[in-house]
Design a protein around this ligand. Structure first.
Ligand SMILES: Nc1ncnc2c1ncn2[C@@H]1O[C@H](COP(=O)(O)OP(=O)(O)OP(=O)(O)O)[C@@H](O)[C@H]1O
Ligand SMILES: [Mg+2]
Length: 429
């Protein structure tokens, strides 16, 4: 069918044609933001979930709603190589400049901009990547101690005071929060805590991989009491079906029930996969309705597209040794797996793998649901790894005496995502 009218939107942070199954969490977030504006005690929401479940689009859609009700929002994505002060500074400046347009908050906003100048100048030595325009000179003694935790707290208080005078709230929308360094996270938590204690309208709405929860707790032991961690998961069957049928119907196209069922089954309701399957099923179909046969044709191209993009970008960031670690996990199935079992698979002592495991966690590829357990952060990554590194040769690489005594049998294939025979075929082009 006409590719120009194809409504599906696989991509990172690409808004879906129908954002289904997320009304509850959206409503909850808006209630929290309204409460913050009124200075009422409110926990910050940190949405956690695997790759591709729709955290970013949810964050953006909540932000849009917040803007519509007059909230001053900041939008940041924490990359692995930039400091939090560098990310925050220009965004806080924009929020303060906006607030300074409100007559009765002007002086407070200007004080906030002075605090920002002191903050940026005093921390520039430690965080060289801070780049922000100065609108006012710093005020000696205001957020300029050179200590991130203290200065960020004073700065956020100044921002909160200005926001209160303007009858608004400042909400920090931060994506990929798990990448923020622990001491910088600690400073952020302290600043937010102080604002909450004073009833100042400053709040965080974050998103990240499941390891975020543990990182927040490690940064500040009281974090659990300040934050809620709603889990963003795959869509239940009914919603997953809607994510497929609604966009087509909006284009005047029908999809046979068994075709929808097949897509839901193949994708297991994961939003990114749903978009990919929808797109390819549309392209495969000649006319409405889209049939089961179209979906079957689409499955091969959808898997290939995922292998080339969604999965591939993660895979390419791994060193050869890390890839073998992930391949060993994949040999054991979807997981979670005991670290000992993974080590056995590689014929290594578990203690020698700890450093590497931590590195892969820091890269956001795996996480630890429970002590001593390891799981993928990318849904169905085990099946991809078996497609990418088929056969058994990965077991013997860099090993003095190859042995297959610890080999466990590969898990059964369950869906077309695992179709190209894991044992002996090459990944699809
Ligand atoms: N509720 C939903 N219904 C249908 N499609 C969705 C939904 N949420 C997200 N999507 C689609 O899923 C894909 C992934 O969304 P998004 O980038 O927000 O995920 P993410 O959780 O942020 O992933 P990552 O962890 O890789 O950043 C996008 O193509 C988006 O359009
Ligand atoms: Mg995202």
């Amino acid at each position: 069918m006409d590719p120009v009218r194809n409504p599906y939107a696989p991509g990172a942070g690409t808004p879906p044609p129908a954002l289904v199954g997320r009304d509850d969490i959206r409503d909850r977030a808006i209630v929290a933001i309204e409460r913050v504006r009124q200075g009422r005690p409110t926990k910050s929401l940190l949405m956690v979930g695997l790759r591709g479940v729709g955290k970013t689009v949810l964050l953006d859609s909540i932000r849009e709603s917040a803007e519509q009700i007059g909230i001053a929002t900041l939008r940041m994505e924490a990359p692995e190589d930039r400091s939090l002060p560098a990310l925050l500074s220009p965004q806080l400046r924009m929020a303060l400049l906006k607030i300074s347009n409100t007559e009765k908050a002007r002086d407070y906003a200007r004080r906030g901009l002075r605090a920002l100048a002191g903050f940026a100048r005093s921390l520039k030595l430690k965080y060289e990547d801070i780049e922000v325009g100065f609108d006012f000179d710093p005020e000696p003694g205001l957020a300029d101690n050179g200590d991130l935790e203290q200065d960020l707290t004073v700065l956020l208080e100044a921002v909160g005071t200005a926001a209160r005078e303007a009858d608004t709230a400042v909400v920090l929308f931060i994506d990929e929060l798990q990448y923020v360094d622990e001491n910088q996270l600690a400073a952020l938590i302290t600043g937010l805590h102080r604002c909450a204690q004073r009833g100042l309208p400053v709040n965080l709405l974050g998103a990240g991989l499941p390891q975020l929860r543990g990182r927040m707790g490690k940064a500040k032991s009281y974090a659990e009491r300040l934050f809620d961690f709603p889990e963003i998961a795959a869509l239940p069957r009914r919603e997953a079906a809607l994510a497929i049928t609604r966009p087509a119907e909006n284009e005047g196209v029908q999809i046979d029930q068994d075709a929808v069922d097949a897509i839901v089954m193949e994708t297991r309701g994961y939003p990114y996969f749903l978009q990919e399957w929808g797109k390819h099923a549309w392209d495969a179909a000649q006319q409405s309705p889209i049939t089961l046969a179209d979906v079957q044709t689409a499955s091969a191209t959808a898997v290939a597209a995922l292998d080339e993009s969604f999965f591939r970008v993660r895979f390419d960031r791994m060193t050869p040794a890390e890839k073998r670690y992930l391949r060993a996990m994949a040999a054991l199935g979807p997981g979670p797996h005991r670290s000992g079992a993974i080590a056995d698979c590689l014929d290594r002592d578990v203690t020698t793998l700890g450093v590497m495991r931590n590195k892969i966690i820091a890269k956001g590829m795996i996480w630890s649901p429970n002590h001593g357990e390891t799981a993928f952060t990318v849904p169905m990554f085990d099946e991809f790894m078996r497609r990418m590194m088929p056969g058994d040769s990965w077991r013997t690489e860099h090993r003095a005496s190859p042995s297959s005594s610890t080999v466990s049998s590969e898990p059964q294939q369950r869906s077309l995502l695992s179709q190209p025979d894991a044992k002996d075929s090459k990944p699809q082009p």
